[in-house]
Each structure stands twice: as structure tokens, then as C-alpha cells.
Design a protein. Structure first.
Length: 530
């Protein structure tokens, strides 16, 4: 039986309405309404409840990560209703839990100001039951905090079942259908008074959701700059640009490798590997081809892997076709008994004659067990190792991920060590290289940058490079997108501005806002995610 609707005021509903802007989140408004009603009734009627439970388990059934959007709304509405004292969010590194709770001293948690603490168990090595006690200790010692667990790597309902006393609430991010994408596009168009037809909707909705969001943002910016409401005009311009690029001289894989910014040692190692493979093949003694790419996020591992796939096809190392299959944990490991081995084998079969690239490969070593103690991760690894051995002359597996996590996986599974012929370390980019990446992004979209912006960007990169989990080129792309939005706003409100010029003031505003956001976060030895 639901509680009275009147217990929620207009301000609560305005906060909840933010969930309407992202597909797959709106159904969680009902859960949050019930949590607030529960809280208000307990306070109003002085209910005798020993432990008020506002902790939530979130499950994601979509192909996209919307956790930040959902959790930020949870934090805001919890803070508004007095459930937490601070609406900032701390993303907790699960591998630190055991270290920081072993002594069970309250002093371990002094200095944590954030009101919401999120456990992302995606990289957890071990079963949920093994850390049950530690999580319970944290919750009991921090009664003014609210805790959220992201459940994706476990069977649905498992977290609630194991921690039932502490996690009574559950939310879900729904699968995004084509119909929902179409409705999202139409709503965006109507809200911003853009004109469109069925062809426009069909063309846009054929893209993944995150691509749709970027395309709509670019369309809106261009429409303001050019005073054009017809969306088909911009889509036709994109088609012409794409056609002109396709007519450009096609570059070889080695040429693309040489043109990458930085990565000099990586380029040299790749060329040596290719030469060794070609020489060995000419002597009818093709070696084991499997590789391991180690490095921090945004250091070019995926880009280089794709180029290696192109070079393999051009040199006919395995076949004359470009066979390049990208896979992650969700493509290899099933949720139920008997699913994992066939899923992994199916991915291997698709990759024969080319390259199987497994990004964040260490995640397949973080395992879950069913009621009979069966290890799904071990089943995936066993199938993968057998495929690497049986198809050694017809398959190249490239495992990629963060250096420490990858080494842990290799140490824990000797079968990988004996089958991986080539290990390549990807260094972080220097500040000068990060600036070159920024310039290259500007060049591709025909932006010009003022001559006085280099100093501020280099200075900014010198600072952020020292941050834990700095995402290198990925960070630069995100920064570039923010600067574009700031620049577009400036040129729309000021007459006679060059729409293709990025000025120092555009960059300064974004850098200042990023610094302010970072200053509001408290680092205490745990992993904080921006």
C-alpha cells in the first residue's frame, strides 16, 4: 500500500523530474517517492524502528552507464529531505574495503564528508559473502551516510539477499529500445523548436544512445549559430563531409600508426612484432601471436589494437580480411550456469582469421559463484585459454587493461603467461602530447585556436596528469567537448564573433570550473571518481 502522495512537495517533484531527461531512469521516480514517504512517516509519527534503511542496490539492464545521472538525483533528493548531511558522492574502490575495515576502528572513516558512498563491485575479486561483514561494519559506523551498491556483476537480487537487513531498496536502469530512442529524439526536437521528418528520426535513432546525445548537442549548437531550424540540413552536411573523407587517400595501417601522437616506444615495438611475425611466417614457423597491452585509461590501447588488426589484414598474416572483434566481460560471461562457455566460444569463433580484442580484460578474472560454488570467471578463462592454444595459427588475442590489474590477472592465471608472446606498455601522455591531441581535435572539426591558449592548457595538463586515474586522451576529448559548448555560447550572445575560433576565455572558464569541482572533493586514500 503506497503512502499519501501529498507527503511530497513541489521541490521534491522538480528534483525527480530530472530523471525524465535520460531514457531508462524515469521508473525509478516511484522508488524514490516511496523512500521519501517512508522517511517522512517515520519522522512524523515517531515510529519505533531500530535501523532506518535508505541504502539502495542499483542494477543496469541497458547497454549504457547512467549511474552518475541516477545517483546524483538520489543524492540531491536525500539531502533535500534531510536523510544525508552532504550531497557529495564518494565512489569507493572495493579493493580497499578489506584493508580499511580489517581493524574495525571508527577512525578509519574519519574525514569522509560525502553523504553518498557508492560501492561499484565490478572489479571485486571474491564473492559478495566474503565482504559482507566489512560492508556491514562501514554502514554501522557511518549512520549519517547512505550507501549504494551497483549490482551488475552479480545475479539479480543477490546483493539484497545477502545484505537484506541493510539494503531494502532496489532500482533498475532499463534496456533502451528503438522506440524509446525515437521518443527521446522527438522530445528533444520539440523542446528546442527544431523541425524534422520521419527520415531524420530513423537516421538518428539507428545510432547508439550515447552517439544520439552527441549528435543532438551538435545539431542544437549549429542551429543556434546558423539560425537554422531544419535538422535535415545538418544531417545532409554530415553526409557530404563523410563522403569527402571516404574519397581521401586511404592510408595503410603502418601510416596510421606513425601518425599517432606520442607512443614512440609503442610504435617501435609494434613494428618489431610485425617484422618478427612476417619473418617467422616466411620460414613456415608462425609464432604464438597473442599480446597484452598494459596502460592507464586513454593511452591509445584500443586505437593501436585496431590498427594492428588493419596491418594483419594488409600483410595477410592470418587472412586477407580485416577481422577485428571487440569484447568485454558482458560478451564473454553469462549470468547462469552453462551460459559462459558457449558465449566465450562464440566470440572466439567470430574472431578466427583475425584479432579478438578484450578491453579491461582483468574484469573476467573477478568472479562470481552460483549456489553450487561454480566460478563463472574461471569457466570463461578456461575456454579462452583453450581457444588461444587450439587456434594459435588462426587467431590473435589482445588483452588490454590497467597495468596493475593486468599483472594480477596474469599472475593468478599462469595459462595466460605461457600463451602471451608480446607484452607492450603504454605510457601516459606528456602535457605537450596532450596539447597536440587537443589541437588535432580542433583541426578535424575545422576550429582555430588563439595563439595565447597553449600556456593555460599546458599548465592545466601539468596539474591534472598527477590525479589518480587520469584518463589521458579521454580527458582531453571531454575537455574539448566542454570548451566547444562554452565557445558556442559566447559566439551566440556576442555579435561579430568568429564562430570557428576558440579563445583563451573559453578555455579559462572551463578550466576554472573543473578546478572548483575538484576542490569540493575530499581525498582520503580511497578512489574518487569524477
Amino acid at each position: 500500500m503506497e503512502l499519501n502522495e501529498d507527503l511530497l512537495d513541489k521541490e521534491n517533484e522538480e528534483i525527480l523530474s530530472k530523471l525524465d531527461n535520460t531514457i531508462g531512469l524515469s521508473k525509478n521516480k516511484k522508488v524514490l517517492r516511496n523512500i521519501i514517504r517512508y522517511h517522512k512517516v517515520i519522522k512524523q509519527y515517531d515510529c519505533n524502528i531500530e535501523f532506518e534503511n535508505y541504502n539502495i542496490v542499483i542494477r543496469n539492464d541497458s547497454n549504457y552507464t547512467f549511474y552518475e545521472e541516477l545517483i546524483s538525483v538520489i543524492a540531491e533528493i536525500y539531502y533535500k529531505n534531510g536523510i544525508i548531511l552532504n550531497k557529495n558522492i564518494l565512489y569507493f574502490n572495493p579493493n580497499k574495503i578489506r584493508q580499511n575495515t580489517r581493524k574495525k576502528k571508527k577512525s578509519n572513516y574519519e574525514g569522509i564528508e560525502e553523504g553518498i558512498i557508492v560501492f561499484d563491485l565490478d572489479s571485486l575479486r571474491g564473492s559478495l559473502k566474503e565482504i559482507k561483514e566489512e560492508i556491514e561494519v562501514m554502514i554501522e559506523q557511518m549512520p549519517t551516510k547512505a550507501f549504494i551498491i551497483i549490482e551488475d556483476e552479480f545475479i539479480e537480487g543477490e546483493v539484497n539477499a545477502v545484505l537484506t537487513e541493510y539494503f531494502s531498496w532496489a532500482m533498475k536502469i532499463d534496456f533502451i529500445s528503438d522506440e524509446e530512442k525515437e521518443e527521446y529524439i522527438k522530445k528533444f526536437m520539440d523542446t528546442n523548436e527544431l523541425t524534422y521528418n520521419d527520415e531524420v528520426i530513423n537516421e538518428l535513432s539507428s545510432n547508439p544512445y550515447y552517439v544520439i546525445k552527441n549528435k543532438l548537442l551538435n545539431i542544437l549548437v549549429n542551429s543556434k549559430i546558423k539560425s537554422e531550424k531544419d535538422v535535415s540540413v545538418f544531417l545532409n552536411e554530415d553526409k557530404k563531409l563523410k563522403a569527402s573523407k571516404e574519397n581521401e587517400t586511404i592510408k595503410t595501417g603502418l601510416q596510421e600508426l606513425d601518425e599517432l601522437i606520442g607512443l614512440d616506444e609503442v610504435k617501435e615495438q609494434i613494428k618489431k612484432v610485425i617484422s618478427f611475425i612476417k619473418t617467422s611466417k616466411s620460414r613456415n614457423n608462425i609464432p604464438m601471436l597473442h599480446m597484452c597491452f598494459n596502460g592507464n585509461p586513454g593511452t591509445g590501447k584500443t586505437t593501436v589494437a585496431r590498427i594492428v588488426g588493419k596491418i594483419f589484414a594488409e600483410e595477410k598474416i592470418l587472412s586477407n580480411k580485416k577481422v577485428f572483434v571487440e569484447a568485454q566481460r558482458c560478451d564473454l560471461i553469462g549470468k547462469y550456469v552453462g551460459h559462459t562457455a558457449p558465449m566465450t566460444q562464440n566470440v572466439i569463433n567470430k574472431s578466427l582469421g583475425g584479432i579478438l580484442f578484450i578491453d579491461e580484460a582483468y574484469s573476467i578474472a573477478s568472479y562470481i559463484r552460483d549456489e553450487d560454488g561454480r566460478d563463472y570467471g574461471a569457466e570463461c578463462i578456461a575456454t579462452l585459454l583453450k581457444g588461444m592454444e587450439d587456434n594459435r595459427e588462426n587467431l590473435c588475442v589482445i588483452l588490454a587493461g590497467y597495468t596493475n590489474e593486468m599483472q594480477h590477472m596474469l599472475d593468478a592465471n599462469p595459462g595466460f603467461e605461457s600463451r602471451i608472446q608480446f607484452k607492450i606498455d603504454f605510457p601516459d601522455y606528456t602535457s605537450e602530447e596532450l596539447y597536440s591531441i587537443f589541437k588535432n581535435l580542433c583541426y578535424k572539426e575545422k576550429y582555430k585556436i588563439a595563439s595565447n591558449v597553449k600556456e593555460i592548457l599546458i599548465q592545466h595538463f601539468n596539474i591534472v596528469r598527477n590525479n589518480k586515474n587520469f584518463s589521458n586522451a579521454r580527458y582531453v576529448r571531454n575537455l574539448y567537448d566542454k570548451i566547444k559548448i562554452e565557445q558556442s555560447y559566447r559566439v551566440t550572445i556576442n555579435a561579430n564573433e568568429n564562430v570557428n575560433l576558440i579563445k583563451k576565455c573559453d578555455i579559462e572558464k572551463i578550466v576554472k570550473s573543473l578546478k572548483t569541482n575538484n576542490d569540493n572533493k575530499v581525498k582520503i586514500g580511497f578512489c574518487i571518481q569524477n
